[in-house]
Design a binder for this molecule. Sequence first.
Ligand SMILES: Cc1ncc(COP(=O)(O)O)c(C=O)c1O
Length: 435
Amino acid sequence: MPALHEPQHWPDSGTGAAQKTHDGGKSRPIPLLTTGNRLVDSVFMGLSMTRMPDSRNWFEPMPVERRRRIPPLHRIDGVHVELDGRRLVNFASNDYLGMADHAEVCNAASRAIEEEGLGSGASRLISGDAPQWPELERELAEWKGYDAALLLGSGMLANMGLPDALADRHTDVFCDRLSHASLIDGARLCRGRMRRYPHLDMVQLASMLADSNAERRIIVSDGVFSMDGDCAPVGELIGMAERFDAIVVIDDAHGTGLLGPEGRGLVAEAGLAGHARLIEVGTLGKALGAYGAFVLGARPVIEGLVQRLRTLIYSTALPPALAAAASCAVRLAREGSARERLQANLAYFLNQAEMHSLPLLPSRTPIQPLMIGADASALRTSEQLREQGYYVPAIRPPTVPEGTARLRITLSAGHDIDQIDGLTKALANIMGDRV
Ligand SMILES: Cc1ncc(COP(=O)(O)O)c(C=O)c1O
């Protein structure tokens, strides 16, 4: 099998008509379908002479600088990975608090596997509850300051399902342009009408809300933006919801565990957790080091979601071991020592970056994007860092807007000062050489 990211060349079967390929105009034969019926065969033949796609030539090949790669990465510990036989310091993970390889968190998962087995076997609505799920839901609701929580398989599932469950065709859904793909896709696929507003632009949002004559309105936004590291103005969004009679869905995947009192997140930091106009989403796969997601809100909305949220109803439930691991991680995150180490690392990184005049986007969170611009330069910088022992992937369109390719540096409580020093110096050298 060719590697996923390599251009695909297929052997010449010698039985078909020649066709122009997408990759550089080389021609290659296409196997012809024959049915024994002359009329049908000639139609097939006609089609195949122009173009007859099968699964092998279905997609246009991506230009090299746009091609996504799945690197063969082995995680050595919380902050080291091995790539192509080399040990690199990992500045690419969302495991901000080092929970993914924390001994207590991993032991909690192992114990739950012994008790409950690995997979959950079916949707929760079919096979019932393992004790770890309601327990984690209670803990999350209490920690984050809401009436109730509902666990889901992943953040993608939560966000793809929520707009569909909440919106009918008389609903307008307003979405920050730089929201995570899962929120945007969820809003796009639901029965309501999606409207996108420019990133953080409350004036534009207000004008779009004022123009809306839908029966119901939903505003959706990341809390901490995943590729920019900046924060939604939660207070202003709720103010808008009150003024224009809307509800707000905030996905605080990247604020949970990090911001606010006890790491309760961006919304709690703004003192707005549990607000009646708010539904919050969080994930277990980032600062909590596990996998899965949750929705928080008033009890009636959570109960309503159990009836309507198709990505809950028609999807196999989260493995109980992941819920057990996440419960343990919530307890550790609340204690605060990992958060303090992360804050110290972040302060040191920002200080060094300023000293070396690195072109960071403004962010007070562990997501620290370094703006490059052109796709090829971002890839080259990432490769140069790799040569010097640091793993920081390039993020390119369509994940970010055209012309804003960047390195997404993420900091962890597990990094030490030498590693941060090394990274900022390496970056300063690479960027300096380029000027
Ligand atoms: C803001 C945000 N929401 C949702 C998700 C998706 O969550 P999950 O990885 O659990 O599917 C991500 C990234 O993974 C994200 O960055």
